[in-house]
Design a binder for this molecule. Structure first.
Ligand SMILES: [Zn+2]
Length: 528
């Protein structure tokens, strides 16, 4: 039945024969694209599709529109959310658009199991059993793969599942979902003003060399013990940076390793006269909600919240201006992205001021570890569910040399500025290129009719970035040389080769990445 879902309709607005009236749910910018992309996948025979989009994208509006369309086709769409309080939220949105639905939750005044559209929480479905009457499941927080859901999917392979998430990186995600679409990306959202950019600083971090490991991550207790040494730095850096950048303290969120570690951070801030509140998964949920509600207010009592694993998902306080990362991660890219995303929300205060950017103080070395993946995700989204980042081996620690390239050596801000001068005034040392080099390298680089880069220099920077995060470090320089020669037909200028370790890391374009993949496949085939 799923192939005939929305048979020919790719464009919005929909054909008049379905609903002579106006669609109630109006979409903006990239939202209709999300639905078209899902439609393409359905036509290609895929049943379970991830819509990968950062927060601020408006997933509940897309979901409402999808539900509205499905109902018009006589389908039975269910929206499944990860927490009970989200059920009420989503039901409210459906009601706002006048979409008839039941709330599948005991005690709800909207409870009516006969309605084709239902909103349910996974908790309810797990206790009552997943309902088999739904044609379409719209699944929020799709990166959390519950066992009961996987079993449901195995038993019901024909049910269409549309999963929403910003981080489809779970080890097993590719076993459940068959396709991923990216209607937008973090960088696009920033461009369009739906997310703010970040100013990221590499700060003093705990040395995790040789620390014990539990379930792939550094043991919480190790993070706490080693983190104790830098707690003073956390408080001092926060005071310095917020004063320098905002003129004083701003609403802040801190990520700690465990409760004891979080408590120490709270105490350290208190000793300097700042009111931080610890929030843990163990708190009573009403108490937790009350704290978050208070924190959400514009003039509230806390300078910051310290989270022990509770604020990474769904927590949505948009006027947070500063994030402090004190929990080093070896391999959980999901957790890293969810944490950093908490400071990227847009906000307008009651006096009309707008949030321009979020400040990220990395006391965990996480940015250095996950930078290439982060830049790739922000620019291009997620291209495949195979080989998810959370299943990859631990990321290597950047060397001091690499760090000097990633962060300004003077103020330790992530080097994202174009040009050679950091906002702090530091000028990146650069060797003078000869005139011939400049003239010869300003041309676009085109290979097999595909533009790889705007200039040879740009291509060189991408290659240098790529080789340092793929393959053996000791062969990186050599591989950069050969790849450049293969792609351009000539050698990289000598002075560029000399700069190998001081060239800033850049985003690798899809075309260049594809070229690397193409070469890898060709190499592999030649060896068979
Ligand atoms: Zn600087």
């Amino acid at each position: 039945m799923n192939l005939e879902l929305f048979p020919t309709e790719l464009q919005i607005p929909p054909p008049v024969n379905i609903n002579p009236g106006e669609w109630k749910v109006k979409l903006r910018s990239t939202q209709p694209l999300a639905i078209s992309l899902v439609h393409e996948q359905l036509l290609a025979g895929k049943k379970r599709i991830i819509i990968c989009a950062p927060c601020g994208f408006g997933k509940s509006i897309v979901a409402c529109r999808y539900i509205e369309r499905s109902l018009a086709k006589g389908k039975s769409p269910w929206f499944v959310v990860d927490r009970q309080n989200l059920v009420t939220q989503l039901s409210g949105k459906l009601a706002f658009y006048e979409i008839d639905h039941g709330v599948f939750m005991a005690g709800s005044w909207r409870f009516n199991a006969k309605k084709p559209c239902q909103v349910a929480s996974v908790q309810t479905l797990e206790s009552r059993g997943w309902d088999y009457t739904a044609d379409i499941l719209l699944y929020d927080e799709a990166h959390i793969l519950r066992k009961s859901f996987i079993e449901f999917v195995e038993k019901n392979p024909d049910v269409v599942v549309i999963g929403f998430t910003a981080t489809p990186f779970h080890k097993e995600i590719g076993k459940v979902y068959q396709a991923v679409v990216n209607p937008t990306t973090v960088n696009k959202q920033i461009e369009e003003g739906f997310l703010t950019p970040l100013r990221i600083f590499q700060c003093v971090a705990a040395d995790m060399t040789g620390a014990k490991i539990t379930a792939g991550e550094w043991a919480e207790n190790e993070v706490k013990t080693r983190g104790q040494k830098i707690i003073g730095d956390i408080v001092t850096t926060w005071q310095e940076k917020t004063t320098e950048i905002f003129g004083g303290p701003v609403k802040t969120i801190v990520f700690s390793a465990n409760i004891a570690h979080g408590q120490e951070i709270v105490d350290a801030f208190a000793a300097s006269g700042f009111n931080f509140k610890l929030l843990t998964g163990k708190d009573d949920s009403e108490e937790k909600d009350a704290i978050i509600e208070e924190f959400r207010k514009e003039n509230q009592q806390y300078d910051g919240l310290v989270s022990c694993g509770v604020l990474t998902r769904g927590f949505d306080v948009t006027d947070i201006q500063c994030g402090i990362d004190a929990r080093p991660l070896r391999k959980s890219f999901s957790e890293f992205i969810q944490k950093i995303g908490r400071t990227q929300r847009c906000h307008t205060w009651s006096d009309g001021r707008k949030k321009d950017f979020g400040l990220w103080l990395d006391h965990a070395n996480n940015v250095g570890r996950f930078l290439p993946e982060m830049l790739e995700l922000w620019e291009n989204g997620v291209s495949s569910l195979a080989d998810p980042p959370d299943a990859k081996p631990p990321r290597k620690e950047p060397t001091p040399k690499e760090k000097d390239k990633i962060f300004c050596p003077k103020c330790h801000q992530l080097w994202t500025v174009k040009g050679d001068t950091c906002p702090c005034g530091y000028k990146r040392p650069k060797k003078q290129s000869t005139m011939e080099t400049v003239a010869g390298t300003m041309r676009e680089v085109v290979l097999n009719h595909v533009k790889l880069a705007n200039s040879r220099r740009e291509l060189w920077e991408q290659i240098v970035t790529y080789v340092q995060y793929h393959g053996k470090p000791e062969t990186a320089e050599q591989r950069a040389y050969h790849n450049y020669r293969d792609m351009t037909g000539s050698k990289p200028p000598r002075e560029w080769q000399d700069e190998f370790y001081t060239i800033p890391f850049v985003t690798i374009s899809r075309a260049v990445k594809n070229e690397f993949t193409r070469k890898a496949i060709a190499y592999h085939k030649s060896r068979q």
